[in-house]
Design a protein. Sequence first.
Length: 417
Amino acid sequence: MSESSSASLPRVEWWTRPRVVLPLVAALVVFVALITPQANGGRTGDQRLSTHLSGAMGAKLLYATADRLGWHVAQRDSQPMPSGATGTTIHAVLAPPIEITPAEAHGYLDAVRGGDALLLVLDERNALADSLGVRHAGGGQLAPAAPDTAGCPSGRSLIPPLWPDGRVHLWSIRWTRRAPADRTRLVSVRPDLGTAAASEAAVGFALGRGRVAIVSDPDLLRNDVIRRCDWGADVRVVRVLEWLRDGGPTPRTRLVFDEYHQGYGPRASMIRTTRRFLIDHPVGRTILQIVLAALVLLLAAAPRALPPADLLRVERRDPLEQIDALAHAYEQVRATRTLAARLLRGVRSRVERGWSAARARPDDAFLADAEHQVPSLAADVALVRRALAETLPERSLPELGAAFQRIEHSLATSTHA
């Protein structure tokens, strides 16, 4: 049975065996890791100009510098615009990746007209930049002044430069409407080619009772630019903040960074709303369970790269079922001699318990010894010998059973006596 069952099993292909598949998968992982390109420069990570980020592209260094220089810095994460003008606050909107709505732009400009100041860093087009009529255009190189880099170490930096020529390249400001006549140039850049005049990279102008400073390029305020002393960007940024601080009845010493439009704080999210529905709502939990059950069914029914091997299991029948089956089989073939031999073996195993030499005797010697010990068993012994030698009719089977009972009882009684 085992040979036919093993022959019927499907043959496993050599290329699907674990000892072949697992080394191939490991080699593929190593190969992918080797050929995956790695960034050679230091400007990697989150590109948001956020004061929460201390990476190369963040603005955490600006936050720490302003705090060291005496400004009362804060981060507005939960509100998209200022609640009103205080006359002592500078609102910093640093190249927001989330769009500023017209209503939010109106709120910022109302705060400036009421006496606050605004630091706007341009990147993508938004409603606040459109209201002020500015965009960025092709720029040039930031030329550091000698006083701005005084005291910087003269040793060569081992950090790779962010630009190929080792200089800071910034966009310039382009006005989409008439530029304010009283504007102040805070940062200038020289053209990369030609001898044209320097263009504006950061300007400031008055708006109502407040002030507005516009920076054309987010790179001027990033951590990896401010930390380079020989570029002088840190001094230029601090001068922009100083210009915004002045010009009012009282100094604007509170600097608030808009982190709401950097992606921080609560806001409507499709992913968050879907997750809340699938976890908190009864209907959502039902849908989630149905989807998970469907995935389990799909995984169970899907073809597998390594088909499971069937294990051969030999099922053993219950001993009571075997007795019943043997009884029916003996009855059908009239196997009375086999029945008598099995019954005699059972009688001997119970009577000759522990007598190894006696149990080795043949059945005829056992019956002769039983007749010798109990002469009244002569008729029963004769019936047993007849049952062992020839086939008995069915009507004699009850008498044969009674004979075995009398033989067992008599021998057991004589043995104990």
